[in-house]
Design a binder for this molecule. Structure first.
Ligand code: BTN
Length: 330
């Protein structure tokens, strides 16, 4: 079994819908957390409908995951929790999160789930990835300490609007960084999040659609949270590097998910584009867009309703870039 067991690889679909063992661990955590005091083995056993021996085994397993749980004659008391992205750390989302210690790529898992009919709002999270995927066929270095997730969305929008979902995700991450850490996170078209010009988060979207219906859009978000910057190329940074200390990944991801909830209702509204413009580090600059079809140079003057970048060339002519790598020249 792969889910939250520490084994690597593409999980079999049968394992994707959640491990009962882990679900029970998370239920125990919830009870302990809500109580804030000792809870006896007997009460836990009665409340969760399993034997006291099973409760003890789950507690032992939680301790192995670095949860500090005091055991006394009065029962069990939660003292502290590690910074793991277990579903129970995300109130309101618990039922929709699939957590992996390690997987190839959350994109692959999410795709399999979406094709199997997973509902919109399902999230796949991994503590690390062995084959993290980036834009334009690149890899995404995914060691422990980062945040790697793919969100399955089933929005009722036209496929032409789908790139807005990338904008939405990048806005959510930038706003969470600003709100929680006071860092001036900005957006580089199409959907990188930068701090002081260096990339802290990348977003990758994969869509399955028919002529005018979106079946699903999977949005992959990779955030350099508590990873060392020396592991990256010089144009990248991490939250830890910028703040000089580790961040609570679970607190941060909670904040990102709240922002995504807020932004989702804006998907079909102009306000989303306005928010992107406000956070943009690209607009107003001279840029070079390198796309598979060629290269465009010009001043970035705006984005259109589908998230494409509008460039003004020296001769005043306008060009639109739908995809590609954006290099800031000024
Ligand atoms: C980019 O190239 O800027 C996009 C990087 C996207 C990385 C994330 S990490 C979670 C999800 N799983 C992947 O394999 N890729 C995305």
């Amino acid at each position: 079994m792969n889910e939250s067991t520490g084994l690597t690889g593409m999980p079999k679909l049968v394992n994707l819908m959640g491990s009962e063992v882990n679900k029970m661990k998370w239920k125990i955590l919830k009870v302990l957390r809500e109580s804030g005091d000792y809870v006896s083995g007997q009460v836990l056993s009665k409340e969760l409908g399993i034997s006291r021996v099973s409760i003890w085994k789950h507690i032992r397993s939680l301790k192995e995951d670095d949860y500090v749980i005091e055991t006394s004659a009065r029962g069990y008391r939660l003292i502290s929790s590690p910074d793991l992205l277990f579903p129970c750390e995300f109130p309101g989302w618990e039922q929709k999160i699939h957590h992996f210690w390690q997987t190839n790529s959350t994109m692959d898992v999410a795709k399999a789930l979406a094709k199997k009919g997973a509902e919109g709002g399902t999230i796949v999270i991994a503590e690390s990835q062995t084959h993290g995927r980036g834009r334009l066929g690149r890899g995404w270095f995914s060691p422990k300490g980062g945040i790697y997730l793919t969100l399955i969305l089933k929005p009722e929008i036209s496929p032409a609007y789908a790139p807005r979902i990338n904008l939405m995700a990048s806005i959510a991450v930038a706003r969470a960084i600003r709100n929680l850490f006071g860092l001036k996170a900005e957006l580089k078209w199409p959907n990188d999040v930068l701090i002081k010009g260096k990339k802290v988060c990348g977003i990758l979207a994969e869509m399955e659609a028919e002529t005018d219906v979106v079946n699903f859009v999977n949005v992959g978000i990779g955030i350099n949270a508590n990873t060392s910057v020396s592991q990256y190329e010089k144009r990248a940074t991490s939250l830890k590097e910028e703040l000089g200390k580790e961040v609570s990944r679970k607190e941060f991801l909670n904040s990102v998910l709240k922002e995504i909830n807020r932004q989702q209702v804006l998907l079909t509204k102009g306000d989303l584009l306005e928010e992107w413009r406000d956070l943009s580090a690209t607009l107003g600059r001279d840029v070079r867009i390198v796309a598979p079809g060629g290269e465009i140079i010009g001043q970035a003057i705006d984005i259109d309703t589908n998230g494409a970048l509008i460039l003004k060339a020296d001769d005043g002519s306008l060009n639109t870039a739908i995809a590609g790598d954006c290099i800031h020249l000024s």
